[in-house]
Design a protein around this ligand. Structure first.
Ligand SMILES: [Zn+2]
Ligand SMILES: [Zn+2]
Length: 350
């Protein structure tokens, strides 16, 4: 190696080390609204493109797809049509439900407490076999949100239920068993422990600060702007300061809004716009990754209304990492990219 090459090599190494240093954050970060800690550890010096999906996305055989004519089945709960009268979204009962409509009873099996698996398990099917949410027409994403609100409202009539989970699993790594685009609704008779913990944390924050924790987060993020990925007049998309996983996204109504089901037509149009934008940016930046999308809502039929301290949201969690022993043991996810850098990469993705 010539002297000139050796010098060049040295300076490249120095730049690499500087980059490495700049990216090396190792700290626990808290979500103040949830009182939950996550570990940010970027010491491995990963760059945004290192998280891109590499596997080919399979498409299942349309002739064997159970979602092609869901509105004809007796399982059909709701059908929404576009302006031309064509069905675009249909809610149906899951033919392999995780919970069912048995009476709710609590009992004891030896030393083990037991409860009946009472509840509802529904699927909200989008019409086209291959068009993923990120590529769906905005009107059809609005219809999807209308369907989710209508089903949530209808399920609330069952006084045995306490929590309604609305989510999309996209891709096999995110738990989807069918490739045809769909969301799921699982309504259960208990409030999950970690939801109870988060609600307590949000209530405590409100009592300590006389302000909703999410409203405070939105204001803080609008001041720094570094983690804002997109926004319109009603909703904002952020990479949370304490992101639990790489490229986590959260979508909030900008104004204090406790109840998702109270959304007006303008809210539905605005949230559909931000969901499409967020999913499209992930698609471009991470090469169509698998993800879970969760709508974070209040429990139902509880004494506590939550109107002052609760603020609904949508979490989008791309499957860029798998849970391993540490995460399973501690419930602490390890995020390997600075959310500021994730937000920069997503803002740039068009
Ligand atoms: Zn299909
Ligand atoms: Zn709020």
């Amino acid at each position: 190696m010539g002297r000139r090459n050796a010098a060049l090599q040295r300076s490249v190494t120095v730049i690499d080390e500087l980059m490495e240093e700049q990216y090396s954050i190792v700290e626990f970060r808290e979500r103040p609204e949830w009182e939950e800690w996550f570990l940010l550890s970027t010491a491995r010096g990963k760059r945004p493109h290192d998280f891109a999906a590499t596997a080919e996305r399979p498409v299942s055989d349309i002739t064997k797809c159970p979602f092609e004519e869901p509105r004809n089945e007796q399982n059909s709960l709701l059908v929404l049509r576009d302006a031309q009268g064509e069905w675009q979204v249909a809610a149906i009962r899951n033919i392999y439900p995780a919970v069912n409509d048995q009476p709710f009873v609590k009992s004891q099996n030896g030393i083990y407490p037991v409860m009946a698996g009472t509840g509802n398990h529904e699927v909200v099917v989008l019409r086209d076999h291959t068009t993923k949410l990120a590529d769906l027409a905005p009107e059809n994403i609005q219809l999807l949100f209308q369907a989710l609100i209508a089903r949530h409202t209808s399920l609330q009539e069952n006084s045995a239920l306490r929590f309604i989970s609305l989510f999309e699993n996209y891709g096999a790594r995110a738990g989807a068993s069918l490739t045809h685009p769909h969301c799921q609704i699982i309504a259960i008779p208990i409030v999950p422990d970690h939801i109870r913990h988060r609600l307590n944390a949000m209530r405590q924050y409100f009592m300590a600060h006389q302000e909703c924790s999410i409203c405070a987060i939105i204001r803080a993020e609008q001041e720094t702007k570094t983690r804002i990925v997109a926004e319109n007049d009603r909703f904002i998309v952020l990479c949370p300061f304490a992101s639990r996983i790489p490229f986590e996204l959260i979508i909030y109504p900008k104004h204090h809004t406790p109840h998702f089901t109270a959304s007006m037509a303008e809210d539905i149009a605005a949230v559909a716009d931000m969901v499409k934008t967020a999913l499209h940016k992930l698609d471009v930046a991470l090469n169509d990754p698998d993800y879970n999308m969760l709508i974070n809502l209040l429990p139902i039929h509880t004494d506590d209304e939550g109107s002052d301290y609760f603020h609904w949201s949508i979490s989008i969690l791309p499957k860029t990492a798998i849970w391993a022993g540490f995460e399973l043991e501690t419930d602490i996810d390890i995020n390997t990219i600075n959310p500021d850098d994730a937000a920069t990469a997503l803002r740039a993705a068009q």
